[in-house]
Write a new protein. Structure first.
Length: 386
């Protein structure tokens, strides 16, 4: 029978999953969820919970809080293929999830765990997408949601979602990293809140299903995605480890973690061969990855090493150029999502990716998540079309 523990990836110490502290008492590292005797068996559910046996095998179905997240589409576009110079490139659009981003995958698992542990309040720091998902799933579960938001550094669209779902908004001075520091201070003082940020390893369990879906439908050489707080970077490597250990896949695609140039501490950490990450003052148009001190950097490094992956950075201009191509292809995405395509183009031009390689790029958020950079448009008169 499959059963789960919380396990430190650094020292190997194990803890019962009924514990809601997600750092190791011995060495301070962020814990993993580890499933013993895991089996690749699917369920009657669709999307994330199709993989219940690899996500949260022991939770009872009556505790699962879900909106049918996951099972997002893959899109091909001749325009995107020509832009990237790659014959076989597809976009997996996580903006099709219920609140418009990949965050729903992790949130369905984390909020379900909050219900299992009998919490009635959730807490998170957010630049927008996390707050929208946290507020939605908490409301669906019938519990209170508190979100710490740097008001001057968040898309109004995303803030509107959190407010609409009934979240209690706590305005924080500064940026996401300041908000995250306040979350940590809060949980050090009280046990009233269940934390929903990606330091919560149950979030990672939900997000890794993106890779399960990709590998069921294709065999990409590369998988590219935007990298901010590195939750997805951590989750994707963990998913590939799962599939490889169970002999579901016979090779490992290279992960391409793409950061914005103005918010690239993970890039500096990896390329500088440092023993710890150094925080930066994040500045980028891509608000969803505007994070200068990512908490999951050690797990993320493990993912890149396992997949022999690459960390790259791109400018805001490169991000917006790529976004324009994705939008004009009829697919659309928020700015941060377009970093995945901008990074592919940069790596193609440098010769790391070949035109004959197979690439899956992950679009993490919906077009309407951030309309602050709405492009100029031409208005026609009826006489112009008659």
């Amino acid at each position: 029978m499959t059963f789960s523990v919380l396990k430190c990836p650094n020292c190997g110490e194990e803890y019962n999953i009924n514990r809601n502290k997600y750092t190791c008492d011995k060495c301070g590292n962020i814990l993993d969820v580890f499933h013993y005797d895991m089996k690749y068996e699917t369920t009657k559910f669709k999307g994330v919970w199709k993989y219940k046996n690899m996500v949260h095998p022991t939770i009872s179905e009556d505790k699962i809080i879900t909106r049918g997240e996951g099972d997002t589409n893959l899109y091909r576009s001749e325009r995107i293929s020509k832009y990237a110079g790659i014959n076989n490139i597809v976009m997996k659009h996580e903006g099709e999830n219920p609140t418009g981003s990949f965050k729903d995958r992790g949130m369905t698992v984390a909020v379900s765990e909050a219900i299992r542990l009998k919490f009635n309040k959730t807490l998170c720091a957010s630049t927008g997408n996390t707050s929208a998902a946290a507020a939605s799933y908490s409301a669906l579960a019938g519990i209170e949601s508190y979100v710490m938001i740097p008001g001057k550094n968040v898309s109004t669209n995303k803030l509107f979602q959190a407010v609409s779902y009934g979240a209690n908004i706590v305005d924080i001075e500064g940026d996401f990293d300041n908000a995250m520091a306040d979350v940590k201070k809060t949980i050090d003082k009280t046990n009233d809140f269940y934390v929903l940020n990606s330091l919560n390893p149950w979030r990672i369990e939900g997000q890794k299903t993106i890779i399960y879906e990709i590998m069921e439908k294709s065999k990409p050489d590369f998988i590219s995605f935007p990298a901010g707080n590195l939750g997805n970077t951590s989750a994707f490597g963990k998913a590939l480890m799962d599939l490889k250990s169970l002999d579901i896949i016979d090779y490992v695609p290279k992960l391409l973690a793409i950061q914005a140039e103005g918010a690239a501490p993970f890039y500096d950490y990896i390329h500088g061969n440092k023993d710890h990450i150094e925080a930066v003052k994040a500045e980028t148009i891509a608000t969803a990855i505007k994070i200068g001190n990512p908490v999951n950097y050690k797990k993320a490094r493990r993912s890149m090493e396992f997949s022999n992956g690459i960390v790259e950075k791109v400018t805001d201009d490169q991000i917006m150029d790529a976004k324009r191509v994705i939008d004009r292809s009829g697919i659309g995405c928020e700015p941060a999502s377009a970093a995945s395509l901008a990074g592919v183009l940069k790596l193609r031009e440098s010769g790391i990716i070949d035109s004959g390689d197979t690439v899956t790029s992950i679009l993490t958020g919906h077009l309407l998540k951030d309309v602050s950079m709405m492009p100029e448009y031409k208005v026609l008169k009826i006489s112009d079309i008659l």
